[in-house]
Design a protein. Structure first.
Length: 116
């Protein structure tokens, strides 16, 4: 399994790796980046099984990056991971077809959403 983690804070990317730790095997691959534009490029080149996408990013925001990923692969499995748990953001993620929307204060929910 390949997972792309997109968050502009190193500490959050590290924390997400820890949360995923019990779900991953030695054969699994975790790719990281800090901005939306790079995430789109990495998505195209690595074809991850899941994308853990922050909403607020420098440059290209997470929603725009996700839209580009869905244009490339309508079956992309994107889980938004954000500090901004608002009804508007939840609705936008759902309308896009996101596989999940996880507030950063409830990261254990990610483990339930990722299926090998």
């Amino acid at each position: 399994m390949k997972i792309l983690i997109v968050d502009d804070f190193d500490d959050m990317r590290r924390l997400l790796r820890i949360v995923l730790g019990g779900k991953l095997s030695a054969a699994d691959e975790v790719i990281e980046c800090a901005d939306g534009a790079e995430a789109v490029e990495l998505f195209r080149s690595h074809r991850p099984d899941y994308v853990l996408m922050d909403v607020q990013l420098k440059g290209m925001d997470g929603f725009t990056a996700a839209e580009k990923m869905y244009q490339h692969d309508p079956e992309a499995r994107i889980i938004f991971v954000t500090s901004y748990d608002t009804p508007v953001f939840r609705a936008r993620a759902a309308a896009m077809g996101a596989k999940g929307f996880v507030p950063k204060d409830n990261l254990s929910e990610i483990v339930r959403l990722i299926q090998p």
